[in-house]
Ligand binder design. Sequence first.
Ligand code: 2U9
Length: 344
Amino acid sequence: MREKLEALQAEAIEKVQQADNLQALQDVRVAYLGKKGPITEVLRGMGKLSPEERPVIGELANKVREAIATALDNKKNLLEEAALNEQLQKEAIDVTLPGRPVKTGGPHLLTSIIEEVEDLFLGMGFEIKEGPEVETDYFNFEALNLPQDHPARDMQDTFYITDHLLLRTQTSPVQARTMREYNGDKAIKMICPGIVYRRDSDDATHSHQFTQIEGLLIDKNVRMSDLKGVLLEFSRKLFGADREIRLRPSFFPFTEPSVEVDVTCKVCDGKGCNVCKHTGWIEILGAGMVHSNVLRMSGYDPEEYSGFAFGMGVERIAMLKYGVDDIRHFYTNDVRFLSQYHKA
Ligand code: 2U9
């Protein structure tokens, strides 16, 4: 019996050494230490041994079982470690390789211009206000001195939703609402950026939807010279410190007097070129002193208060500043166009 157990131990350890994967090792464990294995069989047959032999053989059988179990555990650890090392090697990352470039987005050019203009006016003490894109006929037209029969109210020019609701054609209603809110007895310094809608046929310079920034300043003793000072500051910050502006007489129902504002052409420095149609000047916005009817209608006494207002198309400003030749580029979202204006 002793020889048999010793031979079993040697045989099992030999098989353990030969096992080259975890499954083969498990098979060895089942074969030698399992319920139907030879060691169990020896232990079961102990009853047939003499009382003197029984403890000796019992002790030996336990030692053999422990020796096989230890060999199995050691080999299992070795195989697991080898498998782990192999996996680590397979999944190793070469940290010296250059990374794959990540495509990053950035603000849309129109958003960047709006933010630039906002920063500039915040610096001059203006606040930024927003209002609804679906407006009432009253705030979009009536409060701005465009009475019932005014041609700008034509169905041909405006997207009407009902008889009294429409898509705003300008951001001016935001200012009319603010004047109401301030009750006619408080100074106002505001700009309002936002989208406006007009029934236009889209082409290189027209769009049925575009972006405006308007401004309004109301206080006591506001003059045309204040308007010119603010617009000169604005033009120089946006187009260059060496720019000049000029005001040409114009007409808007909501301002009197009204002006169109030109800035000296940056391409030819005012000498005349294709961009400025050989005039040396480029029109950038409209402006004027707030009409007394507009002041009165929104609760401000024109004897006490005066103000100026201005309005610009953001797409037009962007087109002039960056030489963009078609307004539709702003809306078709071609990254080849848009990415040119992402700051690094
Ligand atoms: C109130 C009073 C006056 C806003 C003004 C303009 C002149 C103007 C155009 C520029 C190009 C519109 O986008 S555009 O087509 N705007 O020329 N806008 S003054 O005047 C106001 C606004 C609100 C209460």
